[in-house]
Design a protein around this ligand. Sequence first.
Ligand code: NAD
Length: 342
Amino acid sequence: MTNQIRCAVLGLGRLGYFHAKHLMSEVQGAQLTAVCDPMRGRAEEAAKEFGISKWSENPCELLEDDSIDAVIIVTPTSTHAEMIIKAAENGKHIFVEKPLTLSLAESKEVMKKIKETGVICQVGFMRRFDPAYADAKKRIDAGEIGKPIYYKGFTRDYGSPPAEFIKHSGGLFIDCSIHDYDIARYLMNAEVTSVSGHGRILKHPFMEECGDVDQALTYLEFDSGAAGDVEASRNSPYGHDIRAEIIGTTGAILVGTLRNRHVTVLTEAGSSYDIIPDFQTRFKDAYRLELEHFAACVQKGETPIVTEVDAAINLEIGIAATDSFRTGKPVKLTKGSSYAGI
Ligand SMILES: NC(=O)c1ccc[n+]([C@@H]2O[C@H](COP(=O)([O-])OP(=O)(O)OC[C@H]3O[C@@H](n4cnc5c(N)ncnc54)[C@H](O)[C@@H]3O)[C@@H](O)[C@H]2O)c1
């Protein structure tokens, strides 16, 4: 293996193109070697833009290529299980976007394969690398707010991705709230034991034909005795709004802001500032830092701070929230970190 981890990005959509662009110039320890997307012309065009010679419309071609050390899987969620298994069988280290898979059966299969083949797997829960959330984590672990007893988080997307994305996403709890489930477990140092999910279509009628909602709320209970709630929305009319509050026994930490820049404009009409427009802007640093962490883990043969095991636990919470929303009853969870033994 060279000093730089040679990466192939599979899937060049909203996020894959962004990861590829990052790997071209900004990620220390990794380099973009190849790109893949089945959409005619997409990979070739991107390869030309990035100045690399290797591209394909067939992921299998790159998975079998010896000049590639690792794959960055940014394909639709419904394809993750197949991609991960093929990548592991070909000895490629894996960075895969969240959610890990769409079902627990697939997650278990994937975890088994990763364990058998010994490849490193990191999952794209980038909030753990965001400087604000990472600072909150340090302070909570240092005891600055006492014992964490309540987590409140919300993720309000500026509009919705298209129906084609929603259909393959697993639904709002699994696709979107899963970021809050992950960061809540991480910040609260606790596992979720009970989940109640609620949801409704408020703004996007096409959600009905996708079997999804555009507004959701999850109430969580943790094995530490703590509780929390998580809002997810595809309905923000003002920008991309991601914030969290962690209440402790002796203090609280608030994470996130609406402000895109530290500039406030004052006129006769009042004051205004730019709001963060999208997830690529909000988490630019986190997306770079998570890939640098992945490259460092591959170089040193170390386990990343967020693996397929965390991702399976997060998925189980998302599935429980979806089930609870459909049945109107809370769902108890007992497995938690027992996935580690798979
Ligand atoms: N971590 C985050 O904040 C975050 C944000 C957005 C999306 N995501 C995740 O990233 C993944 C992709 O999301 P997106 O919004 O970029 O989707 P997208 O629909 O914009 O892009 C997906 C791309 O994958 C390509 N593709 C489809 N099948 C493929 C295959 N077999 N091999 C290679 N490429 C294939 C498509 O042609 C498309 O270009 C999803 O799992 C999603 O949940 C994560």
